[in-house]
Design a protein around this ligand. Structure first.
Ligand code: NAG
Ligand code: NAG
Length: 364
C-alpha cells in the first residue's frame, strides 16, 4: 500500500527534528493505527446536540501502547476505542474531552533517550490525529520526552506550534526527577517565554522511582498497587516539588492542573509550607488562582482549604476508572452536591475549563 500523506508528514517531521522513529519495535503498527484514524469511517457516531460538559482528565489508549504497558498503577491497562469513548461522552453529557496519554507517557524505556523521544513523538502524533479528525470532540495535551529537557522543549514546541496541542501533560516524576527539579527549569522557562497569555500543565501521577548508584529502582514502599493510594502521595510530592523549588512563583504564566483533587497535598500543605515561610503566603495565592484539583469526592475538603470553586474542572479519568470506581455515582455526586449552587456546578462541568483555556478549546 502506498504511504499516505499523513504518514509521510510524520516521518518527514521526525527526520527534520532528528528523531529516529525506527527505534520503536512497534512503529509499523503505531503508524498503521494513526493512518486508520484518518481513513476509517466510524458508523454509529452519536449526535451530541445537548452535551455541555468538558472532560479535562481523560486518556486515549492506543492498542500498541496497551501492549507495551499492560499494567497501569498496578491494574490492567484498559482498552480504548473512539466509538466507545464517544458513547461514554454522550452518556455523561460530555461535549469535549481534553486528551492526555496516561502513565508512563513516553517513559516506557527508562534510560533510553532515543526511544523516549520517539515514543513521545509517536504518542503526540496519535493524539493529534484524533483532534484533527474530531476537532469538535477532542483537544489534547502534549507529552514530553522528560527527563531529557532539551528534547522535551523541541517536542513541546512541535506539539504546541504544529500539532495544535492546548497544553502539556507531565508525570509526577520522570525517572525519579520531580517537576520542580532544576534540570527541568529550561522547559518551564521555554513555556513562560512563549507569546501566549498562559500555558497549561497537567500533572498526572505515576509510580515512584529512585536513583540508587545510578540505577533506577522502584521506590514504592508499600506492596499495595499504586493506583490505590500511592498516586496521591506522588501527587503531593510533585506539588511540594514545584512549590519548594519556587517553580510556581518564578513562572507566573504557567497554570498547573493537578489531577485527583491534588492528591494528598491538601492534607499536608499547612505543615509543608512551614518549611518555606518566605513563600508560604504567595504559594497559598497561587494554589487558589493558578492550580486546581479535579476530583469530585474531595471537593468539600478542598473548599475548606480556601480553594475557590472557580479552580475546579471536571474530569472522569476514562477509561482507566471503569471497573475501579463508579463513574456514574461520582458524576452524580457532583451534579447532586447540595453545597454547590447550579452556577458553581456549571462552572465545574464546563465554564471553568473554558475560562482556563480561553479560546483554545473551541465550542461555545
Ligand atoms: C439529549 O437529547 C436526547 C435526544 O437527542 C434526549 O434523549 C436526552 O434525554 C437529552 N439529554 C438531556 C440530558 O437533556
Ligand atoms: C527565555 O527568555 C529569556 C529572556 O529573554 C532568555 O534569556 C532565555 O534563554 C529564554 N529561555 C528559553 C528556554 O527559551
Amino acid at each position: 500500500m502506498a504511504e499516505s500523506a499523513h504518514i509521510a508528514r510524520i516521518k518527514k517531521n521526525a527526520k527534520r527534528d532528528n528523531i529516529d522513529l525506527t527505534v520503536l519495535p512497534f512503529l509499523a503498527s503505531a503508524l498503521a493505527d494513526i493512518q486508520k484514524i484518518f481513513t476509517q469511517t466510524i458508523s454509529g457516531v452519536p449526535t451530541f446536540s445537548n452535551a455541555t460538559r468538558i472532560d479535562t482528565h481523560v486518556h486515549p489508549v492506543p492498542s500498541w501502547f496497551h501492549d507495551l504497558q499492560p499494567l497501569a498503577g498496578g491494574r490492567e491497562t484498559p482498552s480504548w476505542d473512539i466509538l466507545s469513548h464517544f458513547n461514554f461522552m454522550l452518556s455523561h453529557s460530555i461535549t469535549r474531552s481534553i486528551l492526555c496519554i496516561s502513565t508512563p507517557q513516553a517513559n516506557a524505556f527508562p534510560g533510553d533517550k532515543p526511544k523516549t523521544r520517539a515514543l513521545a513523538r509517536i504518542l503526540n502524533e496519535f493524539t493529534s490525529a484524533l483532534v484533527t479528525v474530531y476537532p469538535d470532540r477532542f483537544s489534547f495535551l502534549a507529552v514530553t520526552a522528560l527527563p531529557y529537557v532539551e528534547e522535551s522543549i523541541a517536542e513541546v514546541r512541535y506539539a504546541l506550534n504544529e500539532l495544535g496541542a492546548v497544553g502539556v501533560g507531565v508525570l509526577t516524576n520522570h525517572e525519579a526527577l520531580y517537576p520542580g527539579d532544576k534540570m527541568f527549569r529550561p522547559l518551564w522557562e521555554y513555556l513562560q517565554n512563549r507569546s501566549s497569555e498562559r500555558e497549561i500543565i497537567f500533572i498526572h501521577p505515576t509510580d515512584p522511582l529512585m536513583k540508587v548508584d545510578g540505577r533506577l529502582v522502584d521506590s514504592k514502599p508499600s506492596p499495595l498497587r499504586s493506583g490505590l493510594g500511592e498516586f496521591y502521595f506522588e501527587t503531593a510530592r510533585a506539588i511540594s516539588s514545584i512549590t519548594a523549588s519556587r517553580t510556581i512563583i518564578e513562572f507566573p504564566k504557567l497554570h498547573w492542573r493537578i489531577s485527583h483533587g491534588a492528591g494528598a497535598f491538601p492534607d499536608i500543605e499547612d505543615r509543608f509550607l512551614l518549611g518555606v515561610p518566605m513563600d508560604a503566603e504567595e504559594a497559598w495565592k497561587i494554589y487558589a488562582t493558578r492550580a486546581g484539583p479535579v476530583y469530585p469526592r474531595q471537593i468539600k475538603g478542598l473548599l475548606a482549604h480556601d480553594v475557590p470553586v472557580s479552580q475546579f474542572v471536571f474530569g472522569t479519568d476514562y477509561p482507566y476508572g471503569i471497573g475501579f470506581w463508579d463513574v456514574d455515582a461520582n458524576i452524580a455526586g457532583l451534579a447532586d452536591a447540595d453545597f454547590l449552587s447550579p452556577e458553581e456546578k456549571d462552572g465545574i462541568f464546563h465554564g471553568n475549563a473554558r475560562e482556563l483555556w480561553k479560546g483554545k478549546i473551541g465550542g461555545v
